[in-house]
Write a protein that binds this ligand. Structure first.
Ligand code: NAD
Length: 348
């Protein structure tokens, strides 16, 4: 039954999300999300767009990410706290809501920590499909935390990347990542430094967490023809690449007004030329031009990706019993008798 007709809000817990993803298969989910994101990026102009609303503190950031296509409205609450892992907490956690624009009623409330890792990886792979050198099979993966396996699997599912060169300042993180990916058919090498990890890699993914202007990649590490998927720099004062790389690369972004604040390009002049990923997907801008070009996807994560993921989830979960029904919306018999409903509850 359509939840719209029942004034019911479906709730997808972490447990339910895990069951759904495992039932469908992680690589299939990544491919499905990538297809949704591409389709929504093709109709980019239909969406409300705004840079996300960020509340910064010394340790991290809490952000709200809204958008709408006129039919449905979505927002995500997400944090970024790199030091959280020291106390056994995630760097990034999230939840989100999908709502019906016509009535304003929410339809779905869901965990989005796992969904964010999936949609971020799917978006990275979508970008790489347009920007990475054709036939690329080897990826350096710098930063082997919560997002890392999802990134690896998205590049495998969408591009056929099957050789990984892992590096993390914490060798245990690389070992865990290699162990978790053991059954997915990758050839994996754990490397002692970023310099070693990028050797021979056609794609470099940086997905580290540090609330600092870090220099994960220096200019000398980036050879001609490489595609860089820079995921970890996503907040003012939190970047991963040396600025010299940015001057050599063709830069592709999600939504420029947000990426200029949060992405690697915060290091550049505000009018430094960048291309928008949606235009490349829609055939309105050129992606990779030649074999020597350095391409950079300056990923920060944009609300439309979450919208795509929430719509995918609403459809998929609707075919299962992997949701609870939440008593979230007051529903008096007479819509204007909200107080009467309270009195009747007292009498009962
Ligand atoms: P995490 O804390 O689980 O993992 C980060 C890893 O980076 C850790 O293992 C840490 O040891 C490693 N690291 C830190 N500094 C390093 C360095 N100098 N060299 C090598 N490794 C280093 O975090 P996560 O959830 O995997 O997130 C990673 C980053 O991705 C965060 O910065 C997060 O904000 C960002 N992120 C971006 C998006 C997006 O859409 N662009 C989405 C989700 C997360």
């Amino acid at each position: 039954m359509d939840p719209r007709k029942l004034n019911i809000v479906r709730f997808v817990s972490v447990d339910a999300m895990m069951k759904l993803v495992l039932q469908l298969g992680v690589e299939q989910v990544l491919a499905d999300l990538a297809a949704r994101i591409e389709a929504d990026f093709r109709r980019w102009e239909r969406f409300d767009k705004t840079p996300r609303v960020a509340s910064h503190s010394a340790e991290g950031v809490i952000e709200l990410m809204p958008t709408s296509d006129g039919g449905q409205y979505a927002f995500k609450y997400v944090n970024g706290h790199p030091r959280n892992t020291r106390d056994g907490r995630q760097t990034v956690t999230a939840f989100g809501v999908l709502a019906d624009v016509e009535t304003g009623y929410p339809l779905l409330l869901t965990e989005m920590t796992i969904l964010t890792a999936l949609r971020t990886a799917a978006t990275s792979a979508v970008a790489a499909r347009h920007l990475a050198p054709p036939g690329a099979r080897t990826m350096a993966l710098i930063g082997n935390g919560a997002q890392s396996e999802f990134q690896a699997l998205a590049f495998k599912a969408l591009l056929g990347v099957d050789r990984l060169r892992l590096h993390d300042i914490d060798p245990q993180a690389s070992r865990r990542c290699a162990r978790n990916l053991a059954r997915y058919g990758f050839e994996i090498e754990i490397c002692g430094s970023t310099e070693a990890a990028v050797l021979g890699a056609e794609i470099i993914t940086t997905v580290t967490a540090d609330k600092a202007n870090a220099t994960i990649l220096t200019d000398n590490m980036v050879g001609a023809g490489v595609h860089i998927n820079a995921v970890g720099g996503d907040c003012p004062g939190k970047t991963e690449l040396h600025a010299d790389i940015l001057h050599r690369a063709d830069i592709f972004v999600e939504y420029p007004p947000q990426t200029r604040i949060e992405g690697e390009i915060q290091q550049l002049a505000p009018d430094h030329p960048v291309k928008e990923l949606w235009q490349v997907i829609a055939g309105q801008a050129e992606g990779r031009r030649d074999a020597r070009q350095i391409t950079l996807f300056d990923s920060v994560g944009f609300a439309i990706e979450d919208f795509s993921a929430l719509c995918w989830l609403a459809d998929e979960v609707g075919r299962t019993n992997l949701f609870a029904e939440l008593d979230l919306l007051a529903d008096p018999d007479d819509p204007r008798d909200l107080f009467g409903m309270l009195l009747r509850a007292e009498a009962a």
